[in-house]
Design a protein around this ligand. Sequence first.
Ligand SMILES: [Zn+2]
Length: 345
Amino acid sequence: MENKTQFLQTGTGNIQILTLLIFLLGFVFNGCAALQEAQKQRQKRLDERRKVDQLLLAASDANIVVDPTPIEGKPHGESDHYTLTFADDLLVKADFDEEDERKMFANSALSYMESLYNALHSIFGFKPKHKIHVTLYDLYQGTDRIATTGTQYGFRNNGRFVAGIEMNFPMNMYDRHEVRVHELTHAFTNIYYLPTWFSEGIAVLMQTEYAKGGGSPKYDNLKQSMKLDPNGINELENWGSHRESTSLTPWRYSYAYTVVSELREKYGKELYIRLFELMDADQLHLRLYGKMPSSFLIYYMSQAAGKDLVPFFKELQFKVQKLEKDDLVKYIQQINAESQKGHQH
Ligand SMILES: [Zn+2]
């Protein structure tokens, strides 16, 4: 279904984004029937390419090198965008204790993950610069129910940079397609240091509407399903870490997904693609020492929507302020100073 497909297929790189701009200008300034027909055909092709199955089943032509018994510290497989390692607790399991089994699994997993990578790249229009280091376990952190994606950051004079990305899956989680899509969405979008609620909202959106996986149902009404902390602030905004798990966690996933999905329905499939493009153009997110504050994100979201979204978030009891472009740098300095003070105490 068309309105279930995700985001705008912006393609991979400048050339296709440029094509898109020309296409939009053409749409505004030309009423010519032939052109409209050409546009219709083009849209049809784009819609075809967006079909989940085609994207995911596209064979990967990535370079894959597998070593079923590597020396200590080396991965079992490596491809263009990943390394793959089987953890010790998995290597003793019946499915992984023979070289042939590991070889076959590593080859097909890397091939599949490369296809998924290409699919997300074509949806988001950007990709992380680093290889993603994937480790598969029998149990991760003592459980088979937690998968994580971690992005390491570094700082140099001109700001923050990504130093590495790793993903950890117990096999029970890796086996689920929607979980792989959720985690890979983090690997892509973490380069923007997003607030947790938005990062998770986007990941659940991809997991649910793109990968057709369940898990975090949408609420019918954002106001009625709101949960507030003792200070009257929406508990979604207090979501500090991907790893923390409280009785609020299931609500937070669902609520974050509902917020992200409702805004996208209202302001169009391209809303978040535009948001990422705008942030990328300014590069101001690189100057943040800590996580991106909601007000910063909502500044860019408003630009992308063509409407001030601060009232929408205020109504949901987010503690946000309206920023103008001129305020952004000053705001970043203030936020950084506060976070440094916080670290000293
Ligand atoms: Zn997540």
